[in-house]
Design a protein around this ligand. Structure first.
Ligand code: HEC
Length: 132
């Protein structure tokens, strides 16, 4: 009895360790549906499900606001972090913004996009940014 309870606790701890304390398991580009860049362009510029619009903090013209400009992000994303494809780097930047901080910027990005956007919406904004 005691032994099986202990086994249950060990299993629960292993699950927590695997999924990362309370956080969701990481999401990868290939888990998303195909994105629509035109829809992504619109999503970039509006509030969705109570989240701040991306363009509150990001421009696409080279000027920095609270966040770095995303001008040419589609071209530089593939070399930003060793081992991460352009799609996975941009996706990680949106769903786990604190994982890698763009140099010169603090951890100011809103952190609930993964919880509040659908997979389709994430795929759409991602496909839009890949065209930049
Ligand atoms: C409250 C301001 C804020 C909002 C809103 C915001 N971001 Fe950010 N973002 C930042 C900051 C600050 C950074 C730099 C620090 C970091 O890497 O987290 C950043 C970094 C990024 C990067 C990495 C940029 C690079 O040059 O490598 C991407 C991509 C990005 N954001 C996309 C988005 C998208 C898409 C949205 C909307 C879904 C969004 N951000 C909403 C502030 C914001």
């Amino acid at each position: 009895m005691v032994r099986s309870a202990l086994a249950g606790v060990m299993l629960a701890l292993a699950v927590i360790a695997l999924t990362g304390c309370g956080g969701s398991p990481s999401l990868t580009f290939d888990q998303l549906p195909p994105g629509d860049p035109a829809s992504g362009a619109a999503l970039f510029a509006r509030q969705v499900n109570g989240t701040p619009a991306c363009n509150t903090c990001h421009t696409l013209d080279g000027s920095s606001h609270a966040g770095p400009s995303l001008q040419r992000i589609g071209q530089r994303a593939g070399t930003a972090v060793n081992g991460l494809s352009a799609g996975d780097y941009i996706l990680q930047s949106i769903v786990q913004p604190a994982a890698v901080l763009t140099s010169g910027f603090g951890n100011l990005m809103y952190g609930q996009y993964r919880e509040r956007w659908t997979g389709q919406q994430l795929a759409d904004v991602l496909s839009f940014l890949l065209t930049q």
